[in-house]
Write a new protein. Structure first.
Length: 103
């Protein structure tokens, strides 16, 4: 897992052709807005979260965020343990996100 600030995350994401954005927040949080093209997998739904993560290709780069950066850091660590090589946590999470948003 690599911890990236807003600028690093956005810059790296823009030039990564192998990128997948994961939003690990709850459905209610996602309803308040999200980063475009993000796939939502709620980390609080532990069993469902693990099942969905296991379906993901391990050769992609995963840019992961939550509300504040704590749950996404946890998701990154779990994915690293499952054999994912490229996981990037958005420091500060969606609360501090200054980039494009969809509501």
């Amino acid at each position: 897992m690599k911890e990236l600030n807003q600028e690093e995350w956005r810059a790296q994401l823009e030039k990564d052709d192998n990128a997948v954005i994961l939003d690990v927040r709850t459905e209610e949080e996602v309803d308040e807005g999200y980063i475009p093209n993000a796939k939502n997998i709620d980390i609080y739904k532990a069993q469902e979260f693990m099942e969905e993560i296991e379906k993901l290709p391990k050769d992609k780069s995963y840019y992961i965020y939550c509300r504040s950066g704590k749950r996404s850091a946890q998701a990154c660590m779990m994915m690293d343990q499952m054999g994912f090589d490229e996981t990037y946590n958005l420091a500060g999470g969606f609360m501090e996100w200054q980039g494009e948003k969809t509501s």
